[in-house]
Design a protein around this ligand. Structure first.
Ligand SMILES: NC(=O)c1ccc[n+]([C@@H]2O[C@H](COP(=O)([O-])OP(=O)(O)OC[C@H]3O[C@@H](n4cnc5c(N)ncnc54)[C@H](O)[C@@H]3O)[C@@H](O)[C@H]2O)c1
Length: 605
């Protein structure tokens, strides 16, 4: 049965006309939402709690539109027109004639419920009432009003003028026309709406915040530094920001509330806010808005990071000696090995490539030559540079030829026994002081070290695929690695024009440990029929600015490879939430391995 307020509207056979939009709360989100609608020609009535709030809101809008003008995205006249369409007020009663009101006040159920109840009394019966909540139940908010059928979630992303995703959240009682009309309106203002049900965190935050929380736990456990955690996700996954910098932007208090709400609904331990959140919030470290969060900023609301006591010193200043590296041996002839050979040769190192046969070693050099030829064709390298680089590479079938190299990089099959036997041979063959590195992405580096009588010289150098393109290298130290070896490996990465990050010898290192539980959560969301693979991919690309959605990425990486990584993480960390999603196991069993087999989460031609 329809509630009385909707009955009064009568039969609606045409879509609502929206012309006046109300926005309540002009903070980070509200000001952005007001800008979005004013920019598209709508009249906006913007309500703040008091005159101070109003001034802050105006300043947000001025700041953001001035930036848009400076970047050539808006002309000065358009800016003036845009601002002219917004009426600022402190009286909710000024919303009596609005067609749609979006509340964007702080993430607290009591506050939001109070405002929606008042709006229900003030606004016309056909007006739509929307909440920008990130995690609270829209259903719970809607029942605080006398007309829950006209209440909807309209979740914009930060910064609202830039991010195109809008999650349109329907409850079990939202009127279908309300959903249709609001979705059409979101499209009209240039957004990409995704309609979903009412669950804590919706799509994007439900997947994002588990990952953000995990990054905070990693920092709290001193597994890696804040700079390295952030650099790992930027350079290893192409994310626009690292997780800790992103939490600083979102606000630690807001992030805490979102996680807490998600935890209370999911009872998933991975959503329980890491204890560090509470400590920092209590100390007033809220992120950019307070000028200090995981990083220190030049001022409140500034994006400029300034150095503090935790900022890492540059290489030479640390005082650790670095071993000279001029010649390198690479063991293996696969994709990673040939990519790594190319990286070293281009950076001016002499490289020996060892294959299990002379033919394989020669074929590996040919693969490097091919890749360099492509670079020349694309104009990224001169023919002369290609020839000089290639002249530095020598194939061999004998590990004994590695007797005089300064560094060996092992990149053979991801099989512990095979790797251990390579390390035992290297130990017998290589000169004293040579550094022995493994590129393993999931096996313990210390197992390779233990196969030698020189564990202090063994380190992990985890390159990403394709090695010539991807900037990140995870430098993995075991409990036995010498400080000098770690420092040399880091300096070497810099000399290779890569970005090194340092971490301990734990399953998944930084990137895979943060990435794969998130991908697994996406599979569980699909399996739970909450949203389609397309909607989940869209939400993560457009809401979080990720280069690929989770299902796109899983199909590229390969579902068998993904399952193996998830199993490794689960077996080592025994975290119930890391247990691979049954759907992933079934797809692998059915031979649907992703792009390489033509079928994965999607079908390919
Ligand atoms: N920060 C984000 O990245 C983000 C992203 C998407 C959604 N959200 C959601 O948007 C909402 C607002 O978050 P924010 O980050 O903009 O918070 P904020 O603290 O920056 O802004 C809240 C604003 O609401 C005002 N306000 C408080 N009570 C009010 C009232 N009764 N009437 C009018 N104004 C009132 C405050 O003065 C403040 O300016 C929250 O529900 C949040 O979860 C936040």
């Amino acid at each position: 049965m329809l509630p009385p307020a909707i009955d009064e509207v009568g039969d609606l056979d045409v879509a609502r006309e929206f012309s006046t939009i109300g926005v309540v709360g002009l903070g980070t989100m509200g000001a952005g939402i007001a800008e979005v609608f004013a920019r598209s020609g709508f009249s906006v009535v913007a309500v703040e709690v008091d005159a101070d709030g109003q001034e802050r809101g105006k300043a947000h809008l001025r700041h953001s539109t001035v930036r848009a003008v400076a970047r050539g995205k808006l002309s000065a006249e358009e800016q003036a027109e845009l601002l002219g369409r917004i009426v600022f007020t402190t009286a909710l009663t000024d919303l009596a004639d609005a067609d749609l009101v979006i509340e964007a006040i702080p993430e607290r159920l009591d506050l939001k419920a109070g405002v929606l109840k008042r709006l229900d009394e003030i606004c016309r019966p056909d007006a739509v009432l929307a909440s920008n909540t990130s995690s609270l139940s829209v259903t719970e908010l809607s029942v605080q009003t006398a007309s829950p059928a006209r209440v909807i979630g309209l979740h914009f992303f930060n910064p609202a003028p830039v991010q195109t995703l809008v999650e349109v959240v329907r409850t079990v009682v939202t009127e279908p026309e309300v959903i249709e009309d609001v979705t059409a309106l979101a499209e009209k203002v240039g957004k990409a709406p995704v309609v979903i049900g009412d669950r804590a965190g919706f799509i994007a935050n439900a997947l994002l915040f588990g990952y953000l929380n995990h990054a905070v736990s990693m920092l709290e456990a001193h597994y890696a530094s804040r700079e390295d955690i952030d650099a790992a996700m930027r350079y290893g996954c192409g994310y626009p920001m690292g997780p800790l910098a992103l939490i600083d932007l979102i606000g630690l208090d807001t992030a805490y509330e979102i996680l807490d709400t998600m935890y209370h609904q999911s009872r998933n331990r991975l959503h329980a806010p890491a204890p560090l959140f509470k400590q920092m919030i209590t100390a007033g470290l809220l992120g950019r808005k307070s000028g200090h969060g995981f990083y220190v900023y030049a001022a409140a609301d500034s994006s400029e990071v300034v150095a503090d006591a935790a900022t890492p010193q540059q290489g030479a200043e640390t005082g650790t000696t670095v071993r000279p590296i001029a010649s390198v041996g690479v063991v293996g002839t696969g994709t990673m090995a040939t990519g790594i050979v190319e990286v070293f040769a281009k950076a001016g190192y002499d490289v020996l490539v060892r294959g299990r046969s002379a033919e394989k070693a020669t074929a590996a050099v040919a693969a490097v030559a091919n890749s360099l030829d492509r670079a020349v064709t694309k104009g990224r390298m001169t023919a002369a540079d290609r020839d000089t680089s290639l002249a530095r590479v020598t194939p061999t079938a004998a590990l004994e030829d590695f007797a005089s190299v300064d560094l060996v990089v092992e990149a053979v099959a991801e099989d512990l026994e095979v790797k251990r036997s390579v390390f035992a041979t290297l130990d017998a063959v290589c000169k004293q002081g040579a550094i022995l590195a493994t590129t393993t992405s999931s096996l313990p580096v210390v197992e390779c070290a233990a196969a030698t009588a020189r564990p202090g010289d063994v380190v992990g150098l985890h390159f990403f695929n394709p090695a010539p393109v991807m900037k990140l290298v995870e430098v993995v130290h075991t409990v036995a690695t010498d400080a000098e070896v770690i420092a040399t490996a880091q300096q070497l990465c810099v000399d290779l024009r890569k970005v090194p990050v340092s971490c301990g010898d734990r399953a998944g290192f930084i990137v895979n440990a943060l990435l794969f539980p998130y991908l697994n959560d996406a599979i569980k969301m699909l399996e739970g029929h909450y949203a389609s693979a397309d909607d989940i991919d869209t939400a993560m690309r457009l809401g979080c600015g990720l280069p690929m959605g989770p299902f796109q990425l899983l199909d590229v990486v390969g579902l068998d490879v993904s399952l193996a990584i998830e199993e490794t993480l689960y077996l080592e960390l025994r975290e119930a939430g890391f247990a691979p999603a049954p759907l992933l196991e079934h797809l692998v069993t059915a031979g649907r391995l992703g792009r390489k087999t033509g079928k994965g989460f999607r079908d390919y031609n």
